[in-house]
Design a protein around this ligand. Structure first.
Ligand code: UT7
Length: 309
């Protein structure tokens, strides 16, 4: 299925509080040198008195303000998160309230771990394609620091908080055709889990990620009948710089074909791709861009997409 969508605006929010590598050295047996050389992460953010919906709302308002968008047009909110405020109501429902949208909106959450935003974008695009909705707000938001065990050096150095948002509308233009490939498997669903805290076999996830990212990039390019020369930037899930470097090397691509910002934020799970899209567009030169998104996460889940922004 190839829904036609127009990306109206994007926005991001990260909380101001920074956790440095030096601070983590005081909590667990680690070193800044280990963290930087194994992951590329220099610092990550921590939400203090903010929930996932508060950060989501700020990212959404950044997108709304940037484009002067009439928020009353939004009639669909899809939030990707694994760290929602509560079990129910959904974080999307809280976002609806905090944005002051008192008209009828279909709002719900999607959980596909770090691939959540990829899944949410496909779901929202398909719903727009149905002709029933005028505008969708798609958000990835995570308060991962509330599920990080700060005595576990295998995980606590990796994750941070933040949110990214995108406003999309349906389109009739053939040039707005958008391509999605999202999938999952469940035979290794004990590799990355959250009961109370994130637990992970990092090495296994690493090997899976390098393999599936290359496959997902190739698959979506074939589906769209495009080559990498047609793509302005690849925006990957920001988990580990070494994973992205390994994919670039395997595909014989220069590393600057990939958006990288994980040194600043660490892994923000479902928020990492929309934060990166917003940052890329803030820095990019004027004019339409064609971007390729690629993500992976617990489950395993994974996905890729090509869209114009
Ligand atoms: O969004 C998806 C979520 N997850 C991921 O994307 C994670 C993917 N995996 C990774 O990014 C990497 O596998 C890690 C960064 C988690 C680990 O890097 P690695 O090069 O794969 O290291 P490793 O797991 O093979 O562990 C090497 C050693 C181990 O020590 P021993 O058993 O060899 O003595 C670990 O205990 O490094 C040790 N180690 C640490 N040492 C210092 C693990 N974490 C740390 C740490 N500081 N923070």
């Amino acid at each position: 299925m190839r829904p036609r969508i127009k990306v109206i605006s994007t926005g991001k929010y990260v909380p101001p509080h920074i956790i440095t590598n030096a601070e983590l050295e005081t909590l667990v047996e680690t070193s800044s040198e280990w963290i930087v050389s194994r992951t590329g992460i220099l610092r990550r953010r921590k939400a203090i008195n903010e929930d996932a919906s508060d950060m989501a709302c700020k990212a959404a308002m950044a997108a709304i303000d940037k484009s002067g968008y009439d928020k009353k047009k939004i009639d669909l909110i899809v939030v990707a998160t694994i760290t929602g405020d509560q079990m129910t109501p959904s974080t999307a429902n809280f976002v609806q309230g905090k944005l002051g949208l008192d008209h009828e909106v279909m709002s719900f959450d999607v959980n596909a771990a770090c691939s959540g935003f990829m899944y949410a974008l496909e779901v929202a695009s398909s719903l727009l394609e149905s002709g029933k909705f005028k505008a969708a707000l798609v958000i990835g938001t995570e308060r991962l620091t509330k599920i990080v065990d700060y005595t576990d050096r295998n995980t606590c150095v990796l994750f941070g908080d933040g949110a990214g948002a995108m406003i999309i509308e349906p389109s009739t233009a053939a040039s707005d055709e958008t391509y999605f490939y999202n999938a999952a498997r469940s035979d290794q669903n004990d590799t990355l889990t959250v009961k109370r805290y994130i637990e992970m076999d990092g090495r296994k996830v690493y090997l899976f990620a390098v393999d599936i990212m290359e496959k997902s990039i190739r698959k979506i390019l074939a589906e769209a009948e495009l080559s990498l020369d047609d793509i302005d930037i690849i925006i990957p899930h920001q988990a580990n710089e070494r994973i992205i470097t390994a994919v670039a090397k395997a595909m014989k691509l220069p590393i600057d074909k990939f958006m990288l910002n994980l040194s600043e934020y660490g892994n923000t799970s479902a928020a990492s791709i929309p934060i990166s899209i917003a940052e890329y567009l803030d820095q990019a030169k004027q004019g339409a861009k064609r971007i390729l998104l690629v993500g992976f996460g617990g489950g395993y889940t994974w996905g890729s997409a090509i869209l114009k922004v």
